[in-house]
Design a protein. Sequence first.
Lengths: 295, 295
Amino acid sequence: MGKVYGGIEAGGTKFVCAAGSGPTELRTEARIETTTPEETIGRVIAFFRGLPEPVAAIGIGSFGPIDPDPSSVTYGLITNAPKPDWQNIDLAGAVREALRVPVGFDTDVNAAALGEHRWGAAGRLDTFIYMTVGTGIGGGGIAGGRPMRGLLHPEMGHVRIPHDLTTDPFPGICPWHGDCLEGLAAGSALEARWGKPSETMPADHPAWSLEAWYLALGITNFILTLSPQRVIVGGGVMALPGLLAKVRREVARLLNGYVNAPEITRDIDSYIVPPALGNRAGVLGAIVLAEHAEG
Amino acid sequence: MGKVYGGIEAGGTKFVCAAGSGPTELRTEARIETTTPEETIGRVIAFFRGLPEPVAAIGIGSFGPIDPDPSSVTYGLITNAPKPDWQNIDLAGAVREALRVPVGFDTDVNAAALGEHRWGAAGRLDTFIYMTVGTGIGGGGIAGGRPMRGLLHPEMGHVRIPHDLTTDPFPGICPWHGDCLEGLAAGSALEARWGKPSETMPADHPAWSLEAWYLALGITNFILTLSPQRVIVGGGVMALPGLLAKVRREVARLLNGYVNAPEITRDIDSYIVPPALGNRAGVLGAIVLAEHAEG
């Protein structure tokens, strides 16, 4: 059975908590609505305190921006989050103090990448991207065998992409950048543009061709910048049947044979893939972070 | 004194060869015009054979695309290069066979990054980008302490960036992508657009504001994708006085405070920098590759 670890996927709308040691050994799970930091973190701590068996360590994959650098004085904090209540909140510190266990901390997308690396769609790869298209757009991954980190952490949702205002006058909704990738193609942008939630739009709605085009522009740039061995694309918006297939076609068209690898030119269906762990990638990756934190 | 290593910076217009052990210990250098593979590689081999003392290993930083994966059957080759003569040329193999020494092989930009890491502008950093803006545009670097590599290697010059055709109708010159970053902003694109070589255009020519804008769009996306601790920008086009300062201003404007790190918000002059080794970064980095090849 092995040790039991705790995983927290900290999101802007909900926190998912779990205890276990892998996909087939997740013993307990809880979904906690994201309200104020005090209330939300309090309920997270209560969940772990209420377990029949204490966890050996806890991993947190968090929405951000965060500070994931263990040598920094602001390590473990959610820093300049879009939610005002959640700015400069010491999430990792609060959990560590209350539960007295080692705590690992990284972005939600890096955690999901770790989960897919261990149990999912990125086994044996040492350079790949995990991207999520939900209310917002985030990206992270593993480069040269290590979770992507540097000055801070990747913010792939905020890259600028070509935006032809003559065919698409929508100005984008990003408060910082207007029509960056997230500003044009996140779920919240789809809703703002078309006046209804994306999950209510049928597969033949014109929204989806434009959405596939914008996502493909982002993914093409990530491929050219990092040369990943695979690209995993998850998130609620990707649930639309046929969307991922459209994205693959547009990426192939944009690359135009330049990246001359059979993985792309002959088998792009195995190169750009959904997460094998589905929406549990994040919380399972948080359990991997917990293992690493224990050392 | 230490061992003597050989370095080769293999470019589309010239090959620079050197023997030594570092910036202050470069004993011999040669510049060899890039003609046919047979002639050029023959002259490179003759240079090393003519040295008074044999080198312990040779490193090659090459134009590309190349195959830098030692486990691949096409390792060491220049693959689908834009120069037809140079497609599928086993550059590393030819040097190894002729000189019977270990040979290290990577992209020209990854080699330059290694040189800057050892002796130049990226000491102690483990995640940074090296970008060159010359006849073409290339980018590489080090991520998590290792030269960037994955499916193949980064091709940062070919990312798509916003291009407003109403203010700039130039279609770009990239044979694969038209108006990608290289197609709009490489030296050859500047020359095609303005009808004269970029080095003949004065600092107040309108070319330069547009150039800074395009380069900043590319660099901004690289920062958001990889979160580098520094960005080094070299290459002949960057020799124009004031261009790098313009690029820094545009990057700061595009990021708009979102990447909330003092390195960017307070001291961008130390964050986006020229190579400390100037145009010797590539050949010096090739010497680092040689050291690694010897193990």
